[in-house]
Design a protein around this ligand. Structure first.
Ligand code: ADP
Ligand code: F6P
Length: 469
């Protein structure tokens, strides 16, 4: 079996998983995938060094070898805080209003990708499969090709791909996409993002793309397909059965008081998650349903993320103000409507919190997938399950049509959905949950990884005709 070289911006050692902190979907999913594969996980250590040395810090933990490099302050500013999180992230989440175009960011992005290429190169052996992740590293494959790497290389993008009309606002968009076409396989989360990507290839580059995603470019064939990511179902269900989970469940239930219902939101503090709109919707629900108001609580867990980027500082400030305002307007001496918590929790505790919640409120304005929706479903008690309210604009929505699907921009829509969920009869809750659970269980992270790595190996025959180099 070929070794797997995984490259991503962050490397999260599996042992550290479950620790408090803002863990993104990528870290959670990859630790599960690497647990079963020999190989190396390469990326940035998350640490700063005065001047770049290229020193590789190699470590071995639970069958996963990690190799990390430190970056200079200017690298972090221009590549991570800059091009990745001030340019690509907002643009790819349809927030052209927040997108900053700065040549220094673009140069920093190129420089750090070149540093990644130089540093990972000596680790790559002839038969290895190279699997690159996410928007931080789109040009890495082409830089490795320039250095003579002929291995099969795949890219998986964890975030949406924007519509062509937005994407073309990016200076050098042609160059960026041309560099991506040096991979053999490009994976996106959903058919919708895949359609946007192939639309760009056809309309802007005049390329031919077959119905099964084979792109012809400069005499080579590249495959683009949707691989919806899932959660590590077995691990999550096991953690939901631990004493830690049970304790968290009980503590939270006891704190609510008799008969009070709880809604839960768990999201990195990111403007794409629609937290402000969610608070507004809950505010509307309280105003429009005074007879039910004091019987519900919204627990919003939102660990801070990307705090050096101004738009993230702003959203943090706005949410604090909004939560304070809503609580001030509605609270009573023995009831506060919003519990707003800015910290991370171990996964087992999180599972207990999900289980204690009658409603999972997952309302991103745009999201590549959204694993919280899947975790919420996996954590429920099948006999008396809660209801998932899910944004139509989450990548998870097409797989989770038995959720109550909402338009997160409409406070009326979300408020109505909360009301509907609170009144939903047990048989309907069970029916919806059973179908949601089946998809969360069957389309899990193991299947995602097997499908992607299988396609990268060319195992599916004519379906993915990867060319030999
Ligand atoms: P994103 O990758 O954009 O952060 P996802 O919903 O796909 O969004 O993944 C978020 C992951 O981070 C989930 O696995 C979720 O459980 C985890 N997470 C989010 N907030 C917390 C928190 N406060 N404590 C622990 N884990 C968290
Ligand atoms: O899922 C998208 C993503 O950007 C991941 O790549 C990342 O691990 C996660 O969100 C958290 O973001 P950050 O690494 O910037 O804290």
């Amino acid at each position: 079996m070929s070794r797997l070289i995984v490259v991503s911006n962050r490397v999260s050692v599996p042992q550290a998983m479950g620790a408090a902190g803002a863990q993104g979907g990528l870290a959670v999913a990859l630790s599960a995938a690497l647990r079963e594969h020999r190989g190396i996980w390469f990326g940035w250590s998350g640490k700063e060094t005065e001047s770049f040395t290229g020193h590789l810090d190699m470590q071995r933990n639970q069958d996963v070898t990690t190799a990390t490099i430190d970056l200079e302050p200017q690298d972090i500013e221009e590549y991570y805080n800059g091009y990745a999180n001030r340019t690509l992230w907002p643009l790819f989440h349809y927030r052209i209003d927040l997108t900053e175009y700065d040549r220094n960011f673009g140069e920093g992005y190129e420089r750090v990708n070149a540093r990644f290429a130089d540093s990972v190169l000596p680790l790559i052996e002839p038969d290895d499969l190279v699997w690159v992740h996410d928007y931080h590293l789109l040009p890495l494959g082409s830089m490795l090709r320039e250095k003579g790497v002929t291995n099969r290389m795949g890219l998986f993008l964890h975030i949406p791909w924007p519509p062509t009309r937005l994407f073309v606002s990016l200076p050098n968009h042609e160059q960026l996409v041309a560099s991506m076409l040096q991979y053999d396989l490009i994976g996106l989360q959903t058919e919708e993002w895949l359609d946007s990507f192939t639309h760009y290839l056809k309309k802007e580059m005049g390329l031919k793309v077959s119905d099964d995603g084979v792109i012809e470019y400069e005499g080579r064939r590249i495959v683009a397909r949707a691989f919806p990511i899932g959660i590590d179902y077995e691990e999550f269900v096991a953690s939901a059965r631990t004493e830690l989970a049970q304790g968290a469940y009980q503590r939270l239930k006891d704190s609510l008081g008799h008969g009070r219902k709880m809604l839960i939101g768990v999201d990195r503090l990111d403007y794409s998650k629609g937290l402000g709109e969610r608070f507004d919707s809950f505010d509307r629900f309280l105003t429009d349903n005074p007879e039910m108001a004091k019987d519900v609580v919204l627990l919003q867990i939102a660990p801070p993320s990307r705090g050096e980027v101004a738009s993230y500082q702003l959203i943090r400030h706005d949410l604090e103000r909004k939560a304070g305002h809503i609580n001030g307007a509605h609270a009573d001496v023995a009831w506060v409507p919003i519990r707003y918590v800015n910290r991370g929790y171990p996964r087992a505790e999180l599972a207990g919190f999900y289980r204690a919640a009658d409603i999972g409120l997952v309302t991103p304005l745009r999201d590549g997938m959204n694993l919280v929706a899947k975790e919420y479903v996996a954590a429920q008690d099948s006999e008396d399950p809660g209801v998932l309210i899910l944004s139509r604009f989450a990548g998870a929505a097409p797989q989770m049509e038995d959720a109550v699907l909402v338009n997160p921009h409409s406070t009326e829509d979300v408020s109505d959905a909360i009301r509907q969920a609170l009144h939903m009869p047990l048989p309907e809750r069970r029916r919806r949950h059973e179908r949601l659970l089946a998809s969360v269980r069957d389309e899990d992270v193991v299947r995602w990884r097997e499908n992607f790595v299988g396609a990268l190996r060319g195992e599916h025959g004519a379906e993915v005709p990867l060319d030999a180099r």
